[in-house]
Design a protein around this ligand. Structure first.
Ligand code: SF4
Length: 253
């Protein structure tokens, strides 16, 4: 187990993708702090779709080139089901809404640096790192979009990943020096539905940029608790994928 006073410091930033889990049960994330996301078919298939989408937007919006690049880089996502990834991506690339508008940032690293909470014993800034999928400008407004390939419905995705999206939204605002006014997910599973009855693809969250900043204040307070040695332990569905391997083990840590 790591030194708790170093959590979310510049030396050991918090990953944006791990914040939802951190806010459900901080101990879960602390136990797997240095580990990469677990590879697997679903995660790697998602990575392949992300790869194709990045090539698509960076290289002249060509479906054929993006698919060729995705298959050519299979070693980056060794567990991916590339046929399923291709299905997701074909739907994405053939949707005229994906090629419309300006993609201002694509697969871009962001860092969020926040003032610590008053009760934080370390007084160190809270640092969050991540890679956002896309910032698009439409009708003069910047929006964050995160590609999700999972099976959950759109509203569930928005709640499950709210903290992650908020971190990207705030990070991109600082990076661009211009407000990113909204955040949302592009749910590519919707493209797999039979033609003529597609699921909605774009799911935009209801919160504002100020709302995203408020969400991150909750993260800052949770980090202060952890740094002070008050590590919350919250049983829930996340226990099934926790390195503690169940509530029975973690209560005795
Ligand atoms: S087993 Fe459950 S309660 Fe225990 S640390 Fe893991 S996620 Fe938290």
């Amino acid at each position: 187990v790591i030194d708790l006073t170093t959590v979310a410091t510049p030396a050991r930033p918090l990953r944006a993708s791990s914040i939802p889990k951190f806010m459900r049960c901080p101990l879960n994330v602390i136990l797997s702090y240095e580990a990469d996301d677990q590879p697997g078919v679903a995660a790697d298939t998602g990575s392949a779709v992300h790869y194709a989408a990045a090539v698509f937007h960076k290289n002249a919006k060509s479906l054929r080139d993006a698919l060729k690049a995705m298959r050519g880089q299979a070693s980056l996502y060794p567990f991916a089901d590339l046929d399923v990834a291709e299905e997701h991506f074909r739907g994405y690339a053939e949707d005229p809404r994906q090629a419309a508008g300006e993609v201002v940032l694509c697969e871009h690293k962001v860092q969020v640096v926040l003032d610590p909470a008053d009760e934080d014993p370390t007084r160190q800034p809270v640092v969050i790192n991540g890679t956002l999928d896309q910032i698009r400008r439409k009708d003069g407004v910047l929006r964050l979009w995160d590609i999700k390939t999972g099976a959950a419905d759109g509203p569930t995705m928005l709640t499950d990943y709210a903290y992650q999206l908020a971190a990207y939204q705030v990070g991109a605002t600082a990076l661009l020096g211009e407000p990113v006014l909204s955040a949302g997910v592009i749910r590519t599973k919707g493209y797999l539905k039979k033609r003529g009855n597609p699921d909605p693809i774009f799911w935009e969250a209801a919160w504002t940029l100020e709302g995203a900043r408020r969400m991150l204040r909750h993260v800052v307070r949770e980090v202060a608790n952890v740094r002070a040695g008050r590590v919350r332990l919250t049983p829930g569905p996340q226990c099934h994928w926790c390195p503690a391997q169940g509530i029975g083990s973690c209560v005795s840590l």
